[in-house]
Design a protein around this ligand. Structure first.
Ligand code: ADP
Ligand code: NI
Length: 219
């Protein structure tokens, strides 16, 4: 099978996995990650575009939040072998996919190849900015989390004076446990610069959110 056909098959595999998703891991999320990863790859030093695109396309088909990860990894390995991806590339792709996710920071110490760093950056970029905010509220809605629990002031959150683990789950809590940390976790310069802009937008958004949460009439 030539690489183009392999890519088409991977696209179909991904679509079948994500088609009914309402948790923020839908097909458009995956396609944005492919697009961002491709963009980063063209601006960064040479990297293997086939591995990057394959890993980006398939990255959420083994997420523990969406599926039984162990079964999903075996299924993915069998699929890559069935479409004729070399065992070296398949091992590389699976390693990236297994180690790229945030997992509360647990995966941050794992050294990834240039290709892995690019796909990880792309996935993280899609978790911040306007789209990242939308995905966070979508995820919270899907898993019956509140928008916000009102258990801390914006000032306390901003100054890190809150023990986050003591707050009940909510979309706004997630900004502080993850979204605002991602800017400094980017690997590539290209992603760092995109993240900077998206981070500023989230800060503005949070200001406005809290201003509306408790209405303060002009005096
Ligand atoms: P990763 O693959 O990096 O672990 P996730 O699968 O955790 O990313 O997240 C997918 C999307 O859902 C992201 O936009 C993320 O910020 C959001 N999300 C994850 N956990 C929560 C949560 N507890 N509350 C709200 N949004 C969440
Ligand atoms: Ni993803």
């Amino acid at each position: 099978m030539n690489p183009e056909t392999q890519m088409t098959r991977a696209y179909e595999y991904m679509c079948a996995f994500h088609e009914h998703d309402t948790t923020g891991h839908d097909i458009p999320h995956v396609l944005r990650v492919v697009e961002l990863a491709t963009h980063i790859a063209t601006l960064e030093q040479p990297a293997d575009h086939f591995v990057i695109k394959m890993a980006a396309l398939l990255h959420d088909t083994v997420d523990t939040k969406l599926t039984n990860a162990t079964t999903a990894v075996s299924k993915l390995q069998a699929f890559l072998s069935e479409i004729g991806v070399s065992s070296q590339n398949a091992t590389h792709i699976c390693f990236i996919i297994n180690h790229m996710s945030f997992k509360n920071g647990q995966n941050n110490d794992i050294t990834l190849s240039k290709e892995g760093q690019i796909v990880r950056d792309a996935d993280r970029l899609d978790a911040i900015g306007a789209i990242g905010i939308a995905r966070t509220f979508q995820f919270a809605g899907h898993f019956n989390e509140a928008m916000w629990s009102d258990d801390a002031s914006l000032e306390a959150l901003t100054k890190n004076e809150v023990a986050l683990e003591q707050l009940p789950p909510s979309a706004i809590k997630h900004f502080y446990e993850k979204l605002f940390t991602l800017k400094s976790l980017m690997h590539t310069d290209t992603a760092k610069s995109i993240a900077h802009e998206r981070h500023q937008f989230m800060q503005l958004y949070i200001q406005q959110f809290f201003a509306e949460w408790h209405f303060q009439p002009d005096t």
